[in-house]
Design a protein. Structure first.
Ligand SMILES: Nc1ncnc2c1ncn2[C@@H]1O[C@H](COP(=O)(O)OP(=O)(O)OP(=O)(O)O)[C@@H](O)[C@H]1O
Length: 240
């Protein structure tokens, strides 16, 4: 379980996260929504100790991420807004292997994790392909595989659909469905919930750094216009 109590984060005079307390159960599929600047990215960066709480506590399975950032990083897989920025190797296989190698696993275990993660995103047999030659959708899937190779309890994706066309978006959504069905907790940060609100168990809406909406997406849909989040699916939408 993710447990957060009285988390506050500031940048100079700006309060990005304002006294947030929330718990997220294992295996939940949670949307974290809100307008630009509402604090979504700052909030999720505390989950795996990319940012340290100035005030408050973040615990994963009862362990404070401040006390044990390595455990937090092993439990919370993070996929960033621009997957390109998180690649560390030239080829798919080498990149996905990087995380488990850093955790100190032996070669057999690293190979097993890489195969399993690439299998989950339908990129097995592509280990030697160069990342810079992949499409945006394929790069997004490699980034997800890199996080999955850590075998995290939760996968956190920050605006994972930026720059993806509709087929690539659907491919990533399919991966999320499979992972959720297998028991992985999924947290998706987005300002655009089309195709997602009918998949998620819970929606957290941020406004000025506070959680002002919390509930099953269909129950809280009426509260979203107040925090500037688009609700309606756009049929026949153009690539975004
Ligand atoms: N590195 C930083 N330095 C100064 N201010 C920052 C920094 N990062 C974020 N902020 C400010 O903190 C507030 C919350 O930003 P944050 O990026 O967490 O929100 P967000 O909801 O993820 O926004 P977006 O949807 O635009 O990514 C905003 O006012 C933002 O300008």
């Amino acid at each position: 379980m993710i447990h957060i109590e009285n988390l506050t984060a500031t940048y100079g005079d700006v309060t990005a996260v304002d006294d947030v307390s929330v718990s997220i159960d294992d295996g939940q599929f949670v949307l974290i929504v809100g307008a630009n600047g509402s604090g979504k990215t700052t909030f999720v960066r505390h989950l795996n100790a990319l940012l340290e709480p100035e005030k408050g506590v973040v615990e994963i399975d009862g362990t404070s991420v401040t006390d044990n950032p390595i455990a937090a990083r092993a439990n919370i897989g993070m996929v960033f807004q621009q997957p390109r920025d998180q690649f560390v190797a030239a080829t798919i296989g080498a990149d996905v292997a990087f995380g488990p190698e850093n955790l100190g696993f032996d070669r057999n275990e690293v190979d097993r994790r890489v195969e399993s993660a690439l299998n989950a995103v339908n990129l097995d047999s592509r280990q030697t392909d160069r990342i810079d030659e992949l499409s945006g959708g394929e790069q997004a899937r490699v980034a997800i595989a890199g996080a999955l190779a850590m075998e995290p309890s939760y996968l956190v994706l920050d605006e994972p659909f930026t720059g993806l066309d509709q087929p690539a978006r659907e491919s990533v959504l399919d991966q999320l469905d499979t992972l959720h069905a297998d028991g992985t907790g999924i947290l998706v940060v987005t300002h655009d919930i089309r195709d997602l609100h009918n998949r998620a168990d819970r929606l957290l809406g941020l406004h000025n750094g506070e959680i002002v909406v919390d509930g099953p997406p269909r129950d809280v849909a009426g509260e979203l216009s107040g925090i500037d989040v688009r609700v309606v699916d756009r049929l026949n939408s153009q690539p975004s």
